[in-house]
Write a protein that binds this ligand. Structure first.
Ligand SMILES: [Cu+2]
Length: 315
């Protein structure tokens, strides 16, 4: 199988990190080798025909054409191989993904709510029950519209951008969207699913390697689509418990909306009016040096020195 992996490397596939991913890799590899063989075969045939039937050798056209049945056999075998690929491999693989979900008590269930341009996560908390969500309650401070009067929702965990899951345990993610159609795609896990307003679409995978993996939106969903990214962190069970504990402690305080993680370079700190950017060469705000930021603070430094009133990222 290692020799086959050449094509996946060439295609820029990240290494697989899920229990079912090798099957998908295998079918992608097989399809590409099969197509490469076809391309080579047809190219040889094409060049042969160009030379064999050139005008110098074949001055008058033969209107009856080819009489042997070889091309029919060739085309039939191509159709047969493609049918085997589709019916024998692709459809069964797909069916296992969408029909054979792991039992609920064994799997970790998480609601993924997409919006322009981020992914929100809703976890049920210690009681294992999701609080009621109501679209009328959606606000900046309550991005998922969790009903504050529902006792099941009191311990719920809501995060944006980053999700932690334990290794070697199936994860069922139920996808939905607040605005337009998005697609929740984790390339390393070889899994993706559309997030459609008004629908709940479950996908599942079992991560087998700890680490940080990129989550991207794979559906052109608006101007900010390019930046619609997140992180999936696969933890050891201990780290996962620590994360849950940390999120649970934050649960009561995370009513502030997530703020942009970074200020744009050149944005003033202190002194200047909020939202105004001084022109190049303008004198520095009087208290910039007083804060110890130095002559030209690094953007990260500016963030560090930002006024304490700025809200902290929600997740
Ligand atoms: Cu999107």
């Amino acid at each position: 199988m290692n020799s086959l992996a050449l094509i996946n490397e060439f295609l820029g596939q990240p290494p697989n990190a899920s229990s079912h991913g090798y099957q998908i890799d295998h079918i992608i590899e097989f399809c590409h080798w099969f197509m490469a063989t076809l391309f080579f075969g047809w190219s040889v045939f094409f060049i042969y025909v160009l030379i064999r039937f050139r005008k110098g050798r074949q001055p008058t056209a033969d209107h009856a054409g080819v009489r042997s049945g070889i091309s029919t056999h060739l085309e039939f075998s191509v159709v047969l191989i493609e049918a085997v690929l589709l019916l024998g491999f692709a459809i069964p693989l797909w069916a296992r993904r969408v029909n054979q979900f792991p039992p609920g008590k064994e799997a970790l269930l998480v609601h993924v709510v997409a919006q322009q341009f981020s992914f929100n996560y809703h976890l049920p908390g210690a009681d294992g029950q999701f609080g009621r969500r109501d679209v009328n309650l959606v606000s900046n401070s309550n991005p998922l519209g969790i009903d504050p009067n529902d006792p099941a929702g009191k311990d719920d965990i809501v995060t944006t951008g980053e999700l932690h899951v334990p290794v070697d345990r199936p994860v069922i993610a139920e996808l939905s969207s607040k605005d337009v159609i998005h697609d929740y795609f984790i390339p390393d896990m070889r899994i993706a699913g559309d997030a459609i307003p008004g629908s709940l679409i479950p996908i599942w995978f079992t991560p087998v390697k700890t680490g940080m993996y990129e989550v991207i939106c794979a559906q052109l969903c608006g101007l900010g689509h390019y930046g619609m990214k997140g992180t999936l962190v696969v933890d050891t069970p201990q780290d996962y418990q620590a994360w849950l504990k940390e999120r649970a402690e934050l649960a009561g305080t995370q009513t502030t909306p997530p703020a942009p993680a970074q200020r744009s370079p050149g944005e003033p700190i202190g002194g200047a009016e909020p939202g105004t950017i001084p022109p190049p060469g303008a004198p520095k705000p009087p208290n910039a040096d007083a804060q110890g930021a130095g002559a030209s603070p690094h953007p990260a430094q500016q963030l560090h020195n930002a006024p304490a009133a700025s809200p902290t990222p929600g997740g």
